[in-house]
Design a protein around this ligand. Structure first.
Ligand code: SF4
Length: 180
């Protein structure tokens, strides 16, 4: 059994804007989200962390359903100019670092989370997917939440959170699915 009180105390010491447990069964999976990946994301078809490599939405849903619990974490940062995509995306690294810190805290308690995070994986200069090779670091690779067809907005709303706060505020979220 994971010591949730210990984890929460450790989470409170990290630069997290929010951390809260959510019911993974309440997540909305939708092929509409994946349509946006396909139509609008330049990473579609270029990484093991992105569709179609992540599998059909139903398969993604089953993968997540194997976990009874889910921890939602979020970070928030103000940039000089949110329309500067490069500047906004550069803040992603800090979010991924804190996501890995949370993963390590869970691992210390013998829990291995399945992590969905932000954007496509950038662990390698060239993703092995492009060369038809298996992922080199599956333990480091965190597919983005949208890659699994998850519409995160309803769950954010239920928790009084926004996907975008306007102004120059950038928010990032991760979902860590786990079994105790
Ligand atoms: S770890 Fe490397 S091979 Fe695996 S998804 Fe990330 S970039 Fe691709």
């Amino acid at each position: 059994m994971m010591d949730k009180a210990l984890l929460e105390q450790q989470l409170s010491e990290l630069p997290l804007y929010v951390y809260t447990y959510i019911d993974p069964r309440a997540l909305e999976f939708s092929s509409r989200i994946r349509y946006i990946c396909q139509a609008e994301c330049p990473m579609y078809g270029k990484s093991w962390a992105c569709p179609p490599a992540t599998g059909e939405v139903d398969a993604c849903k089953k993968r997540c359903a194997a976990y009874a619990n889910c921890l939602l974490i979020g970070t928030i940062v103000e940039v000089g100019d949110i329309s500067n995509i490069e500047e906004s995306l550069a803040t992603r690294g800090d979010h991924e670092a804190v996501t890995n810190e949370v993963r390590d805290l869970m691992r210390q308690q013998g829990v291995e989370p399945y992590i969905l995070s932000t954007e496509a994986c950038a662990a390698c200069d060239r993703c092995a997917y492009l060369d038809g090779q298996p992922c080199r670091f599956p333990e480091r690779m965190h597919p983005c939440i949208e890659s699994h067809g998850i519409n995160v907005i309803p769950v954010l709303e239920e928790n009084g959170l926004e996907f975008q706060y306007g102004g120059n505020i950038v928010t990032w979220y991760s979902l860590l699915f786990f079994n105790e």
